[in-house]
Design a protein around this ligand. Sequence first.
Ligand SMILES: Cc1cc2nc3c(=O)[nH]c(=O)nc-3n(C[C@H](O)[C@H](O)[C@H](O)COP(=O)(O)O)c2cc1C
Length: 430
Amino acid sequence: MSGGQRLVPLTPDSLDEAQRRLYDAVLASPRGQAARLIRRDDGSLTGPFDAWLRTPVLGEHLERVGMALRTDTVLPAAAREIAVLVVAKAWSADFEWWVHGIVARREGVAESAIDAIGKGRRPLLEDAACQAAHDVAHELVERRRLEADTLERARKDLGERALVEVVTLVGFYQLVSGILESFDPPGPSAELPVVGPPAGVARAGSDLYEAAATTRAVRRLRPDPVPDAILERVLRAATWAPSGGNLQPWHVIAVRDPARKRALAALYRDLWADYASARRALVAPLPEAIREPAERALQAGDYLADTLQDVPVVNVFCFHPDRLHITDAGLGRPSVVGGASVYPAVQNLLLACRAEGLGCVLTTLLCSREQEVRQLLEIPEPWATCAFVPIGWPVGGGHGPLSRRPVDQVAFGDRFGAPLFEPPTDEEAR
Ligand SMILES: Cc1cc2nc3c(=O)[nH]c(=O)nc-3n(C[C@H](O)[C@H](O)[C@H](O)COP(=O)(O)O)c2cc1C
């Protein structure tokens, strides 16, 4: 939005009676959070409304249609928002894209779907009504017709009433887009609370390799809430992990209660302080090239320790010791196999957070304070804790490139130590 003044915005003191009626109706309408976007600091209206004030009676009818499309339709809200986003994308209508992106996230539309629509790709949606709404909207805006098979599929998945509603909605939002693109009104003054990834957050979408290659510890997290629908999606991804005998011997407690988060943070701060000072002492004599990245990670860790109480969700993974298949017990060395029935779930959660643009980090320091955590979160015996994963929208760029040993140094062929792959050439290593 360039903020060009094709129409000089009308402030409330300049309105006649009919304009005032429309102005009041727009602000009184139950638009929820979006209402905060509509009125600018000087009292003028954003979106299509300032333009409609020029023809207030027509504007009143249009405003009522806009509200009716939200409140008097059977079309599910997520499907509705997907259709609006398709129109906004086709028209490159930034304001519409931005506002309806917020609403879509609140209604549980997946980041990967919004991302795909933004890139002009067809998202594959689990919900048949959402898929139908997308396909109808896309065909209408791209081809200006509805093919018979799209119509039939949509009739089946939406029913005739919602099908007519989605076609009407597409027409209405094309009208709105035309107003926005013609008059280019200034954007809103209000800062909205973040209900989805802030602009610029890197999301890996659904590309597994990209997600895995960029899922690093993100410890600087914003306090803005994680919508329930997104939390449910990332925790569902955790449940897809394998476990010995498929027993899934774990639970996760999503801690959002401020008092409990404060108590976890108080425990964590002390543990981190001890860990960080030992680590700083260890790296102090090392060359700059090693010390500098270590110090950066430690500073991020300091940040997390200082702000853990403000992180929107701390996911506490618990496991049942009697339900693990511990095939390496009794070998006279630390046993690790039990953890293999839980940590894949934790990794799935991290990857799902990555796909959503959420920052996250696997932490285990609090495991040493299990008794206090057990009391705090009312974890019954013999359930025990094995991982604490704070998640939230990243403060900075969030996930990104990893620093890991190259595969030729990690993978052997046939016997321990035998090379499997050639080391990368200097060119490839760069
Ligand atoms: C088993 C395990 C325990 C960890 N515990 C903590 C922790 O308590 N606090 C923390 O800030 N990071 C913790 N981490 C994160 C690691 O420090 C991080 O993954 C590692 O340094 C690599 O950093 P990167 O993922 O940003 O490349 C833990 C990671 C693992 C796998």
